[in-house]
Write a protein that binds this ligand. Sequence first.
Ligand SMILES: [Zn+2]
Length: 197
Amino acid sequence: MALSPAAYGGFLAGKKRPEYRYELFTCAWHGHELAGQQTAEVTPEDAVVVRDVGPQRWCRCQRCDGWFAVPIPDDPSEEQVPRRDQIDLPLRAPALRDRYVLRLLELDRMLHVVTLTFLAIAFIAFATHNRSLHADYQNIMNALNGGGAAALKFRRVLGSLRKAFDYTPAQLFVLAAICIGYACLEAVEAVEAVEDG
Ligand SMILES: [Zn+2]
C-alpha cells in the first residue's frame, strides 16, 4: 500500500538507526569478513560461521553478522575452517565506533594544519609586500571614492581591512611563527594518532 508523503515521513521518523551501523558502513566500504570461504571441508561444528547448503556455501560476516552466499571453491586454499582462536576478529561495536571517532579527530587536526599553514603563508606574504599592498589598497580606496552606491558599499567593506596595515612586518612574522608552531604541534599529534591507531 502506497503511503502519503506525510505518512511516509512519520514512518521514517519512527525508525531507529541500526545499532550496528558502523559495522554495515565498514563492510560496505571494505567488504565483508567471511570465514571459511576458501575452505575445502565444512563440518557441522563450523555451522556458526559457514554452512554448505546443497550446491551453495553460506558464510557469516565476522563484522556485521550477515550471511552471504558464495560459490564453493574449486581450488580451496585451506583444508579446514580456522578455529575461533585462529581467526582475527575485526573491530566491532564500541571499538569500531571509537576507531571512527579517532579518524574524525585526525581529520580535524589535519584541517587545522592546512588552515594554520595557509595563515602563516598569508602573514609572511603580507609582511614582505606590506608597502606595495598598502599602496594598492589606498589606490583602490581612492578609486572607489565618489563612485555609486555599490562602490561606496564595497569601500565600506574594504575599510574593515585597514586595521591589517596597523601591524608591522615584525609582528606579522611573529604571528606566522606562532601559526607554524601550532601547525607542527597538530601535525605531530596527528601522526602519532595514526601510528597508535
Ligand atoms: Zn559484513
